[in-house]
Design a protein around this ligand. Structure first.
Ligand code: NAD
Length: 425
């Protein structure tokens, strides 16, 4: 295991973190010392995981855990299995997790993990052995009071169950709070599967009230009809929005008068057919440029870019995916007065219910689905109001992203100050 101890080790600054921090540095009055502390993770751990394959051979998978910041509490962040994962990506995601936990005020820091692998190439047995090896390798670094992993791209509740079991076999005791996103019945929380989408719906409702455009009957286009996009479509439809388009990686479906979302949701879950309930074909590029009230990128990163930003016609953007808008595109939208509700706020419902799961695990008391929903709503509304206040306190050009980052960074630095890691402000 190769451990890089941040400031005393190699000084590799996270580039995206630096760009985003520089954007708010002046308005948030960040000092050089603040930036020095925030620009780089506390600890990066890399390991090469040997896994026995079904044919008897051994393959070695590069893997990462980045522990970005733990000033506000144990670090929290998913583990991604993807062939394109690298240290830079994991750095950026760990940075975002730090800010996401701070913006919704849950007492966690930020981390992220990854394994460079295409899980589609693995049998179930190979996937289980890889998941267990990740935990046996990183066992000393994770724990319910230090660093709590969770699912991310291509890792699900079954993977979390194997990982919990592996951790407990080594620890020799039940430790359900070591990981979240577990299946209900093995310490998982009610409501985790739909939490990100419900949180996004709450934030959108709250934003539209602030924007004074009313929250009902508005046209919404959603890129991505996976876990986040499909449940968000359902929640928004239930709240009276007109979801006019949704898409997958293969393209989308469009109906100007509004899709029949509940039927579409069921049909797609059963058959994978986006057109079972009507509508016409639309490409992902066309969906992004629809003239709608709210555009929701809920698929992958870097979808609104300098190439297509001039064609974006939505009145507002709700970032449900992580990092769907590039910094240059973000600046263009800001200049045009198009509000972008940033990922660290819009999609924080998932990590919020992960926190609820950890609370349930550590108290050994389990909540009803209604209680989870109510607490999630309250947490997201409070976070939104706090960000709105920071936005209102700034000058007229302060964006929602800058307001959310400012709130989050101030919260992290407050904790760092109490710990005497930065001088009092
Ligand atoms: P998912 O894999 O369930 O769904 C992704 C969807 O995007 C699928 O419909 C897929 O077909 C589509 N897609 C993939 N590549 C695409 C492309 N190139 N163009 C257009 N569509 C494409 O993933 P998810 O869990 O719904 O997550 C979606 C996004 O939300 C990701 O950015 C993820 O990091 C972020 N997010 C998810 C959660 C969560 O709780 N699941 C929490 C926070 C953030």
């Amino acid at each position: 295991m190769d451990t890089d101890l941040g400031p005393r080790g190699a000084r590799t600054v996270c580039q995206t973190c630096e760009v985003e921090l520089d954007r708010i540095a002046e308005a948030a009055m960040l000092t050089e010392q603040d930036l020095e502390l925030l620009r780089q993770p506390r600890r990066r751990i890399n390991a090469n995981l040997p896994v026995r394959m079904d044919d008897g051979s051994v393959e070695v998978f590069p893997s990462f855990r980045v522990q970005y910041n733990d000033a506000r509490g144990p670090m929290k962040g998913g583990i991604r299995f993807h062939p394109g994962v690298d240290e830079t990506e994991v750095d950026e995601l760990a940075f975002l997790m730090t800010l996401k936990c701070a913006v919704v005020d849950i007492p966690f820091g930020g981390a992220k993990g990854g394994v460079e692998v295409d899980p589609n190439d693995l049998s179930t047995g190979e996937l289980e052995r890889l998941s267990r090896t990740y935990i046996s390798e990183f066992h000393d670094a994770v724990g319910p009071q230090t660093d709590i992993p969770a699912p991310d791209v291509n890792t699900d509740s079954q993977v979390m169950a194997w990982m919990r079991d592996e951790y407990e076999q080594i620890a020799g005791e039940q430790t359900p709070g070591v990981i979240t996103g577990k299946p209900p019945g093995l310490g998982g929380s009610e409501g985790r599967a739909t939490a990100t989408s419900l949180g996004g719906a709450e934030v959108l409702d709250a934003f539209l009230e602030t924007a004074d455009v009313g929250g009902r009957g508005l046209e919404v286009a959603i890129q991505g009809f996976g876990n986040v996009g499909s449940h968000l479509a359902r929640f928004l439809d239930e709240r009276g929005y007109d979801v006019v388009a949704v898409s997958t990686v293969d393209g989308g479906v469009y109906d100007a008068s509004g899709l029949v979302v509940p039927e579409l949701f069921d049909a797609y879950a059963e058959t994978g057919d986006l057109f079972a309930t009507g509508g016409s074909e639309i490409s992902n590029e066309e969906l992004l440029t629809l003239d709608v009230d709210v555009l929701v990128p809920a698929a992958i990163e870097d979808q609104i870019t300098e190439e297509n930003v001039a064609e974006i016609r939505a009145d507002a953007v709700l970032e449900m995916a992580n990092g769907p808008t590039t910094p240059t595109a973000d600046e263009c939208l800001s200049k045009r007065g198009v509000p972008v509700i940033p990922d660290i706020l819009a999609n924080a419902g998932g990590v919020t219910v992960s926190y609820f799961e950890w609370v349930q695990n550590t108290t050994n008391q389990y909540w009803t689905a209604d209680r989870v929903r109510e607490q999630l709503r309250a947490q997201m509304q409070t976070a939104f109001e706090a960000v709105a206040q920071v936005k209102a306190d700034g000058d007229a050009t302060r964006t929602w992203r800058e307001a959310a980052y400012t709130r989050a960074v101030e919260a992290v630095l407050r904790a760092e100050t109490y710990r005497s890691n930065v001088p009092a402000r």
